[in-house]
Design a binder for this molecule. Sequence first.
Ligand code: MN
Length: 288
Amino acid sequence: MRLAMLRTQDGTTKVAGVGLDGRYIDIREIDNSLPNSILEILEADDGLNRAAHAVAQGLVKGPFLEGTPLAPIARPGKVICIGLNYRDHAEETGAAIPTEPVVFNKFPQAVVGPDDAVELPAVAHEVDYEAELVVVIGKGGKNIPKSAALSHVAGYMCGNDVSARDWQKGRPGGQWLLGKTPDTFAPTGPWLVTHDEVGDAHQVRVQLRLNGQTMQDSTTKELIFGIEELIAHLSQLFALAPGDLIFTGTPPGVGAARKPPVFIKPGDVMEVEIDGLGVLRNPVVAAK
Ligand code: MN
């Protein structure tokens, strides 16, 4: 199942199912017990199953909605990111292959959705793209064993771990936060695609195009730490909650590793495409 958050023509925000033909299904007209956000559906008892029933009922006859997709989870409780998690990307940056996951975070307010502008802060001069598979937690928990980890996954989205390299490297004190969390630096979407529809998320192609030119093209087969391992590792230390996001790391081809380096500038358009998860497109502008 694919779920989206829509801004409809009358300016309201509505949760919708997404048909394979791209039409948006008004699932709350079919089941009015469903809450009006993906996050609340994840938090509700049996919410994803109820939403799936509504989507199945509405696929052919609707009712349908018109609108533009927003970030599927606009304000996740946590945005957790994994660094250097592709063998081939670790090699291109000259870093050693990590022996345990490299973990950092972004503030939830960095999240934006499809077609939202990524705003370059005036003080950041080396801003880069990173195409990433984003895991969305469905069922929360602590000390989740690897064997049960996938039952805590609601699904997946495309993500772009936008990164100001001049704030990430070496300042302050080696912490990555300031380079990773400027406002708008966490585009996600266009939909949440549930785990059952994606199947094995360790077999999907991940691409990034900059102004139509392919800059990253790899697959999640290259992940050093898989999804089960990440969930087990993180939840030893803190509880995961419904709607938490895990950016799983980026493949090779980032701008900073190119010779000469490529950084994004106003007027650029970034597109992240992941098999089965759609295309996440974001224009780049200078922050006002
Ligand atoms: Mn990243």
